[in-house]
Design a protein around this ligand. Structure first.
Ligand SMILES: CC(C)(COP(=O)(O)OP(=O)(O)OC[C@H]1O[C@@H](n2cnc3c(N)ncnc32)[C@H](O)[C@@H]1OP(=O)(O)O)[C@@H](O)C(=O)NCCC(=O)NCCS
Length: 146
């Protein structure tokens, strides 16, 4: 799932778990799981269909969608063959609910400007706050209604 999230364009090959975990840019999103505060959800039917998870990072060590040490950054992916069925939206909504229950003030993420997932994020209340290269950092504050 990390490989699916890292290489989101459907025309590009998905890296294997070993490949993606060997790349420090991506491995940081899962290395040492579960660390204190890590939380994730897996959608399954006869095997994994998708996953969404979050963890917090530090000023010294963080990924693309970092905004602060108390705001977890989320990652999400659904297997190519099962996209557009509502699995991603359900994972995302349930992950937001969990982050609020765990007392986090917000969630953040990083999404390429060309990735249609941006519309999904906006529909559940994420707003773009910063552009870094071709990617947007988006934030959803816990104290909002949508
Ligand atoms: C993003 C992703 C997790 C969404 O999961 P999903 O199960 O396909 O999403 P859903 O079926 O719940 O669709 C929700 C919305 O996503 C949008 N969407 C997401 N990906 C899309 C795509 N490739 N093309 C068109 N719309 C897309 C649609 O607007 C859809 O809205 P709708 O429900 O009103 O039709 C999935 O497309 C994926 O794994 N993409 C590759 C990895 C990735 O980009 N991860 C995020 C990195 S920031």
């Amino acid at each position: 799932m990390l490989g699916e999230a890292a290489v989101w364009r459907p025309d590009k090959p998905t890296p294997t778990a070993d490949q993606v975990l060997a790349d420090p840019r991506y491995a940081m999103y899962l290395a040492g799981w579960p660390r204190h505060g890590d939380y994730g959800l897996v959608a399954e039917r006869d095997g994994p269909l998708g996953a969404a998870w979050y963890r917090t990072y530090t000023e010294a060590s963080h990924g693309y969608g970092f905004i602060s040490e108390d705001v977890p950054e989320l990652s999400i992916a659904v297997v190519v063959s099962r996209r557009h069925e509502g699995i991603g939206r359900r994972l995302l909504v349930d992950l937001i609910t969990a982050s609020i229950a765990h007392g986090y003030p917000a969630l953040s993420l990083s999404v390429n400007g060309d990735n249609p997932a941006r519309g999904l994020y906006e529909s559940v209340g994420f707003v773009p706050v910063e552009k870094q290269g071709s990617s947007w950092t988006m934030v959803r504050h816990a104290a909002q209604s949508n």
